[in-house]
Design a protein around this ligand. Structure first.
Ligand SMILES: [Zn+2]
Length: 233
């Protein structure tokens, strides 16, 4: 469970780094979805990588309409920058519903069911929008993090600085009193709230046998940042 969260968090960190590098680079106008080579099973990521949802080509998204990674736990998909010159003047059009449908039509019933579910597939066949049934579909899109990056907002860029430590101590104390964070994280990650609560207790509340005695874990700035990102989704 903790490993799963750590991996999801690593994927998120990769996406944040990618966004930081390319969101504000004007020569990059779109992103291409790259399916992970060790893709666990057929799912919405296959659609994201292969459907033409914006008329720019298979798996190509205008930057600010790119689905936010990771899409699901264990999602190892990546993105690649697409430069203005590569699109040769193509204009992005919102054809999510039709583009997704065109791609779904070409899949086997079994694969469609893996994305839409069996009941979802029936509604889809009756003409419902695939987005209302697709598992792990979320309208959340990539955004530049520079505006609301809490690392910058807290003013403590170096995780080993005194300010970072002070921030972590305050944050840990605040988190121990917070009542809604486990529920928020559960909603954002798809885990059960009681599992998230158990992790929270382990990390922030309970005492452990550490080298210098039985005590809580030391406040860790990066852990605080991770938890906050999980809350923000
Ligand atoms: Zn994926």
């Amino acid at each position: 469970m903790a490993e799963r969260i750590a991996r999801t968090e690593a994927a998120r960190a990769w996406a944040d780094g990618f966004a930081e590098k390319y969101m504000d680079d004007d020569s990059v106008v779109a992103f291409q979805w790259k399916l992970a080579s060790r893709h666990p099973k057929f799912n919405i990521c296959d659609l994201y990588a292969e459907a033409n949802l914006y008329g720019l080509g298979k798996g190509i998204y205008p930057k600010n309409a790119t689905p936010r990674l990771p899409v699901h736990p264990h999602c190892l998909c990546h993105l690649a920058p697409v430069y203005r010159s590569e699109l040769k003047g193509k204009k992005a059009v919102d054809q999510l519903e039709e583009g997704g449908r065109a791609w779904l039509e070409k899949q086997s019933l079994y694969h469609r069911q893996q994305i839409l579910g069996i009941a979802g597939c029936k509604s889809y066949e009756r003409g419902a929008d695939w987005r209302t049934m697709a598992r792990n579909y979320s309208p959340k899109v990539m955004q530049s993090r520079t505006k609301h990056d809490i690392i910058k907002a807290s003013g403590a860029l170096n995780p080993f600085s005194n300010r970072a430590t002070e921030h972590a101590v305050r944050y840990y104390e605040e988190i121990r009193h917070r009542k809604t964070d486990a529920i928020r994280i559960a909603q954002n990650t798809g885990f059960r709230a009681q599992d998230i609560q158990a992790i929270k207790d382990y990390i922030f509340v309970e005492e452990h046998d550490l080298v210098d005695g039985h005590r809580r874990f030391y406040e860790d700035y990066e852990m605080a940042q991770s938890w906050q990102r999980l809350i923000e989704g």
